[in-house]
Design a binder for this molecule. Structure first.
Ligand code: BJ8
Length: 431
């Protein structure tokens, strides 16, 4: 899609019916369209298959919302989440829809700061502000929000959010011992029971097996994309891959996986034809750290407009989401739920202590993607990732991996400062 053709579609009546502040949202729609055109559609020679994702973004406040409302009308559960620990397979096993809620924009932060302290994570403020100001159609369309206890900012915000939209909280363990596994399994069972109550039917071994297959296929498609993007020819930009990863939390999973595979087929053809970004000899950067929720494209934009290419995201909007699939060879529900729980316990969020597995994951993925440096990204005031950056720095130093830690929020104010640091880091690698 060209920049001239692209427009985030509006449906004022739909938004009004959802109880949104249409005037505010209209301004956000126009700003988002502008940022999208500058970030994505200004790129030269993009894979043609990115067109699907452009159209998905253009229609994300209409088409997908209507699908969610249709599902609700049929009595199917529609659940909003903020964390990759919430097991979407269970929602899909009940024929429901699971979406990641908006939390990546600065536009809602001032609304949140009327209630929340300023010095907490921008992701939490952005998420809360979207509901407080009624400027997100996803929030308006979900039956329930499932929050979790990964950090203090989130866990206390859910108490306030619950006053605005029904918010249930799953307790995520902070360690990975056998007793923590048992606790997390009990949380998954409670989650299942809560959704069964909503849907008025039970998860069966057959429906869960099918749902596991669906989500496994989505994760496998993203793994395939990750392998292809890092080919020496660099057949796709890091920005485009980040966008695909972000869309994985919104789109219908079967359709999404099929489209990721279409993109991968095209990347294979590009590689065979010698097409890619490598001609300009860019530095290959791996990004690690806190998630970048849509539309947070700030760091990738800075890196890729500074002469480098992002070849991997060790992030929840990245490999922490798709690295592991669930073994799907069990035929009874308790064994399936245990397998599901084991898979989720392998996500190396910095809320765990100790979290040595994450350090191993970063260095293994760095080698696998043939990166030349790591930029560790921490959202401002995220203490767990911020402190863990010190251990990551030590680990990288021990392996002679160029490493830089950055802390940022969603505002554009620090872009100049970040760019100076990123450019210096890239130059130092290129020398
Ligand atoms: S599994 S990374 S999606 S919690 S909100 S912890 S950035 S202060 S997002 Fe996350 Fe789940 Fe972990 Fe992944 Fe820090 Fe901000 Fe908290 Fe955050």
């Amino acid at each position: 899609m060209t920049a001239e053709e692209f427009e985030i579609k509006a449906d004022h009546q739909l938004w009004r019916d959802l109880g949104m502040d249409v005037e505010r949202f209209e301004k956000m729609r126009l700003t988002l369209g502008e940022v999208y055109r500058n970030t994505f559609l200004s790129q030269k020679n993009r894979p043609a298959a990115m067109d699907y994702f452009d159209r998905l973004v253009a229609d994300m406040h209409n088409g997908r919302i209507k699908e969610m409302l249709a599902a609700k009308a049929q009595g199917r559960p529609v659940i909003g989440t903020f964390c990759v620990y919430v097991p979407e397979e269970v929602v899909i096993a009940l024929d429901g829809i699971c979406v990641g809620l908006c939390a990546g924009s600065p536009a809602s932060i001032a609304d949140a700061e009327k209630v929340l302290p300023r010095n907490i994570c921008p992701m939490v403020k952005s998420a809360y502000g979207f509901k407080a100001a009624n400027i997100c159609p996803y929030y308006q369309a979900v039956d329930l929000v499932y929050g979790e206890t990964t950090c203090d900012a989130k866990k206390k915000t859910w108490e306030l959010l619950d006053k605005l939209v029904p918010t249930h909280v799953m307790e995520i363990p902070q360690m990975k011992r056998q007793r923590d596994f048992a606790m997390w399994l009990a949380e998954v069972e409670d989650f299942t029971a809560r959704l069964e109550e909503m849907a008025g039917r039970k998860v069966t071994a057959a429906s869960l097996a099918a749902a596991i297959d669906t989500v496994n296929s989505k994760r496998l498609a993203l793994q395939r994309l990750d392998r292809l993007r890092c080919h020496p020819l660099l057949p796709v930009s890091g920005r485009d891959v980040l966008l695909v990863e972000q869309c994985s939390f919104y789109d219908e999973p079967v359709r999404f996986a099929a489209q990721v595979n279409v993109l991968c087929d095209e990347l294979e053809q590009r590689i065979a034809a010698g097409i890619g970004l490598a001609a300009t000899n860019p530095v290959r950067i791996m990004v690690s750290g806190t998630p970048m929720a849509l539309p947070n494209w700030k760091l990738h934009n800075i890196i890729e407009s500074s002469g480098a290419v992002v070849v991997h995201e060790e992030s929840c909007i990245g490999s922490r989401y798709y690295r592991d699939i669930i073994e799907n060879n069990h035929t009874d529900l308790p064994a399936q739920l245990a397998a599901l729980t084991r898979r989720y316990m392998r996500i190396n969020c910095s809320c765990f202590t100790p979290n040595d597995e994450r350090l191993e994951q970063v260095t293994a993925e760095y080698a696998q993607q043939q990166a030349q440096g790591v930029i560790d990204y921490t959202l401002q005031f995220c203490h767990t990732y911020n402190i863990e950056a010190a251990r990551l720095a030590q680990t990288c130093a021990a392996q002679n991996i160029p490493f830089m830690a950055l802390e940022s929020d969603y505002s554009p104010e620090d872009i100049g400062q970040l760019r100076t640091r990123v450019e210096a880091f890239i130059e130092q690698i290129a020398d």
